[in-house]
Design a protein around this ligand. Structure first.
Ligand code: ADP
Length: 502
């Protein structure tokens, strides 16, 4: 399967969007974006530095009072209008997603609709956010706990799935009444910039959403800016530490959605084919570059060999190749550097003997040689204490191991510094519930994964982060309560009010 060139004519204006201006001559340099399937350059992207971050914060702050003053139905309808425009431009957005991070068309074509689902769900909250009436007994007073927006929110998104990330984060941040600065990763800026254009076309006041592609330096200028009221970061734990250090300067609150090393527990009474499909998908979906991929496969010994045979077969027969071909299931990894890093991990794991590499794990050559393709890999009989099992690889690699008892399965699943997701396959309802209660993960899926629902709280425990997006928890992530106490005065006999009873 030869690799076809993507349609570069679809690429949007790549200059940052700040207020209603497109900015040229940016202070953060330029990034030469490459198509990961061929290694060929696509477009040079201007990157924002401190100067543009300053302008973006000013624009977002200026827009704040106008945005908050708009009646809720108008703000809701703008978000819904954006949903319509995303749906109308779904084909282009999906192709941009494929160009920017080489996610195959089979998945990319679904992502604009995922973004629409997240935004639509959150649009429904706009006119329902108010607050609580707080009992004031024994005082005679009215106390209102009002849910107010933070103000200017900085959203830093990663390169692996910008469209769903934008939907998951812009949705609640805007619905709650904040103005937003979106910083896409330099590796994948195109869909965010196109969404920025659609936001303008939807009639949002200038400055409500600003899109500022930047590398680490520009990102740091944004997060340490005193005009930013709240930061939400999705990415790696190492970068999260730097962001927390920068945010410390102004004590800016930060929400973190970080990586994972999620366990997939398979008990002997499970539907093994369903479990095997999910196990194989951990290596294949987004080329293993997803934070919720179930990269540790923990299987009851009595069905271990059977399951491994099926998983191996599925992985071996995965169609890896041209992201633009609708039959392709898996594309390349994001960059040459990522490719080298992942191959290094595979080779060290093989040499250390911490497990047996039984399929894949090689750089694809021939017609794939100029792209960053690695065949999906399965390591069997892996020691859970090894680097392979303990560190997030963010590549197409699954580590499998076996267990004998339910207690041991739980102990292995929790023996990680991460806590984003966990998966359980069993047909025993009592066990499913029992085990899920003990798993240290923010999200537990039983007997299948059908995506992250817009209505459910999503986020991690331990070093997978804190804060939640999705559902009411997502709205709460972007609001903070202001308590308003109103003393009630007694009616005076003379007609003048007397001192407050409270
Ligand atoms: P990955 O390893 O998946 O690329 P990172 O955690 O490095 O993920 O980056 C995720 C996002 O954080 C990207 O948008 C990146 O540009 C941004 N970023 C990286 N370093 C910093 C930093 N020091 N301050 C702010 N943002 C940063």
């Amino acid at each position: 399967m030869a690799i076809s060139d993507p349609q570069l004519a679809l690429l949007p204006d790549v200059r940052p969007l700040i207020g209603d201006q497109r900015v040229s001559n940016t202070a953060g340099g330029e990034y030469e974006h490459k198509y990961a399937a061929t290694g060929k350059p696509t477009k040079r992207v201007p990157l924002c530095g401190a100067q543009e971050m300053e302008a973006a914060v000013q624009a977002a702050r200026q827009a704040l009072s106008r945005w908050r003053a708009l009646p809720a139905p108008q703000r809701r309808d703008m978000i819904l209008r954006l949903c319509q425009l995303i749906a109308q431009n779904a084909d282009q957005l999906a192709q941009l997603q494929t160009i920017e991070n080489s996610v195959p068309w089979m998945f990319a074509s679904k992502l604009p609709h995922a973004a629409v689902d997240y935004l639509t769900y959150n649009a429904g909250w706009v006119d329902k956010i108010g607050g609580d009436v707080v009992p004031t007994w024994p005082a005679r007073a009215v106390d209102l706990a009002l849910d107010e927006p933070y103000g200017v929110v900085a959203i830093i998104i990663p390169w692996n799935a910008p469209l769903p990330s934008l939907g998951q984060l812009l949705g609640p941040a805007l619905a709650a009444g904040n103005t937003v600065i979106v910083k896409p990763a330099e590796l994948a800026p195109f869909t965010s910039l196109r969404i920025g254009e659609l936001i303008v076309d939807s009639g949002f006041p200038p400055g409500v959403v600003n899109v500022v592609p930047a590398a680490a330096q520009g990102g740091e200028a944004l997060v340490e800016h005193p005009g930013v009221d709240k930061i939400h970061f999705t990415g790696s734990a190492d970068t999260a530490r730097k962001i927390l250090a920068a945010a410390l300067k102004n004590l800016t609150p930060v929400g973190l959605e970080l990586g994972g090393k999620s366990a997939l527990l398979v008990f002997e009474d499970a539907d093994l084919l369903v479990a095997a499909r999910q196990a194989a998908s951990a290596a294949v979906v987004l080329s293993g570059q997803g934070c919720t991929n179930s990269t540790r496969l923990i299987v009851q010994r009595t069905v271990y060999e059977r399951l491994m045979r099926v998983v191996k077969g599925l992985i071996k027969h995965t169609v890896v190749g041209d992201p633009c071909d609708p039959r392709t299931v898996m594309g390349p990894v994001i960059s040459e550097a990522a490719c080298d890093r992942i191959l290094g991990i595979i080779s060290r794991a093989r040499d250390s003997g911490c497990g047996r590499l039984t399929v894949g794990g090689e750089r694809l050559r021939g017609e794939f040689a100029s792209g960053y393709f690695i065949s999906p890999a399965l390591f069997e009989d892996v020691d859970n204490k090894s680097d392979l099992a303990q560190n997030e690889i963010f590549g197409p690699v699954v580590a499998a191991m076996s267990f004998d008892s339910e207690e041991q399965a739980i102990q292995l699943a929790n023996d990680t510094r991460y806590g984003l997701a966990a998966y359980v396959h069993t047909n025993d309802l009592n066990r499913a519930y029992r085990v899920s209660q003990e798993l240290m993960a923010g999200n537990v899926w039983i007997n299948g994964f059908e995506g992250i629902p817009p209505s459910a709280p999503f986020g991690g425990m331990k070093q997978s982060g804190y804060g939640r997006i999705g559902g009411l928890a997502g709205i709460r992530e972007f609001t903070r309560p202001k308590n308003l106490w109103l003393s009630i005065r007694e009616r005076s006999v003379s007609g003048h009010s007397e001192s407050a009873v409270s």
